[in-house]
Design a protein around this ligand. Structure first.
Ligand code: URA
Length: 190
């Protein structure tokens, strides 16, 4: 039996120079594989790397990431306890939404494998692209956020993307409420 760490290291090495979808050839600097606690109860899934994430190779280090860390902490969640990844691992040019094909290839090759290795109890998707990429169907995030869903053996709780909260600060409390719900559910796994 190989350890989770070895399995994730192997997965990272396999795709560290990935050109399996168009994003590989569109100017990415780094693959943003994901980072955090591989023994987490909660795994967060965002959309895709932005400029700073692409430069540093780490998810959610820019403005959205700072807000994310703050909202999690208000809800009593320490970001370091989580594993954070994205639907696509390479930055889409101009921060455009990743295309269906890019999402489909990247989730199958990397994200779904990461989830299988990490085996979190709860998956929290941030924004509509993350939930759509996970479930492979169109959704309305305003309807889905804060609901408790099931995907394979995982509990899924969608919330808004922090970039959406930056543009719509009046929705901040809803996002905090969703993180509080996630924190409450996670207590049952301690
Ligand atoms: N937005 C995302 O969806 N993911 C990141 O890593 C950064 C910003």
């Amino acid at each position: 039996m190989i350890t989770k760490k070895t399995a994730l290291d192997n997965l990272y090495k396999k795709y560290s120079q990935c050109f399996s979808c168009p994003l590989g050839g569109l100017g990415r600097k780094n693959i943003v594989f994901g980072s955090g606690n591989i023994d987490c109860i909660i795994m967060l899934i965002g959309e895709g790397p932005g400029k700073q994430e692409d430069e540093q190779g780490i998810p959610f280090v820019g403005r959205s990431g700072q807000l994310l860390t703050k909202l999690l902490s208000i809800a009593g969640i320490n970001r370091n306890a989580l594993f954070i990844a994205n639907i696509v691992k390479c930055r889409p040019p101009e921060n455009r939404k990743p295309a269906y094909e890019e999402i489909s290839v990247c989730t199958k090759l990397i994200l779904f494998e990461q989830i299988k290795i990490i085996k979190p109890k709860i998956i929290c998707t941030l924004g509509s692209t993350a939930l759509e990429g996970l479930l492979n169907k169109k959704i309305k995030i305003t309807q889905e956020r804060g609901t408790i869903q099931k995907w394979n053996e995982y509990i899924v709780v969608p919330t808004f993307h922090p970039a959406y909260i930056l543009r719509n600060p009046q929705e901040t409390q809803k996002c905090i409420d969703d993180f509080i719900l996630i924190e409450k559910i996670s207590e049952s796994f301690l």
